[in-house]
Design a protein around this ligand. Structure first.
Ligand code: ADP
Ligand code: NI
Length: 200
C-alpha cells in the first residue's frame, strides 16, 4: 500500500469505529481534527503523512471511550500492522498519539505531536467545543449548571480546561485560530449569565 492508500484505509476503519459515537468523539470530531491538523501542518516543518495518520488514529482505544481502560497503543499497532505499515512508522504514530491527550498530561515533543495536540484542543473550543462539552458532560450525567454544586458541571469545565487551552497552543497557526474561538467562549459565557439573571 502506498501512503495515499494507507490514509484511505485508516479513514474507512475509523469511520466504522466511531460512527454514531455519542460523547462528542464521533467520526466527525476525528475528521475535523484531521482537517485542522493538515491546516496547521502546512505552516510547520512536519511530515504531512505522519500528522494525518496520527490524527485519524488519535482517539482509537482512548480510555474515555473504553470504560477507563487505555488500549490506544495496542489498537493502533494492531490496525496498522494489519495493513502492513512499516514498524518504524507504527512506533512513530503510537508515540505521537500518546503525547496528545490533555488528561494524560504528557509533553508533545515532536512537531507532529505538537500540531495534533493543537488540532485536538481547537476542536474543544469555539462553537464546536461548546457543543462537545455539553455532549460529553451529558454522557457522564453531568449537570449543565448548578450554582449549589458547581464542581461537577459542564459550565465548570470551561474554567477547568477550555479557557486555558488558548495559552497552551504549541504552534503559531494554532494560537491564531484559538484566539477567535476563545473569544467566542467568553461571549457565550457572558450571554449565559445574562440569561440567568434575566439581563438579556
Ligand atoms: P483529551 O482527549 O485531550 O484527554 P478531554 O478528555 O479532557 O481531552 O476532553 C475531550 C472532550 O470532552 C472535550 O471536548 C472536553 O470539553 C470534553 N470534556 C472533558 N472533560 C469534561 C467534563 N468534566 N465535563 C464536560 N466535558 C468534558
Ligand atoms: Ni480527539
Amino acid at each position: 500500500m502506498n501512503k495515499h492508500q494507507v490514509l484511505l484505509s485508516t479513514k474507512a476503519f475509523i469511520k466504522k469505529q466511531f460512527s454514531g459515537e455519542g460523547t462528542g468523539h464521533d467520526y466527525f470530531h476525528i475528521e475535523r481534527v484531521v482537517k485542522l491538523a493538515q491546516r496547521i501542518a502546512k505552516e510547520e516543518n512536519a511530515s504531512l503523512f505522519i500528522t494525518e495518520l496520527a490524527a485519524w488514529l488519535h482517539d482509537l482505544g482512548d480510555h474515555k471511550l473504553n470504560n477507563g481502560v487505555d488500549r490506544s497503543e495496542e489498537m493502533i499497532k494492531d490496525f496498522l500492522n494489519s495493513i502492513s505499515v512499516p514498524g518504524e512508522t507504527i512506533q512513530q504514530v503510537a508515540s505521537i498519539v500518546s503525547q496528545v491527550s490533555f488528561s494524560k498530561g504528557k509533553i508533545a515533543d515532536s512537531p507532529e505531536a505538537k500540531i495534533l495536540q493543537d488540532a485536538d484542543r481547537l476542536d474543544a473550543i469555539g462553537a464546536i467545543g461548546i457543543a462537545r462539552v455539553f455532549s460529553f458532560g451529558g454522557s457522564r450525567l453531568r449537570e449543565i449548571y448548578n450554582p449549589e454544586a458547581p464542581a461537577a458541571t459542564s459550565i465548570q469545565h470551561f474554567y477547568d480546561k477550555l479557557l486555558k487551552l488558548k495559552d497552551l497552543m504549541n504552534t503559531a497557526s494554532g494560537r491564531r485560530i484559538a484566539e477567535s474561538r476563545h473569544r467566542f467562549l467568553e461571549v457565550y459565557l457572558e450571554r449565559f449569565y445574562d440569561e440567568l439573571e434575566g439581563q438579556e
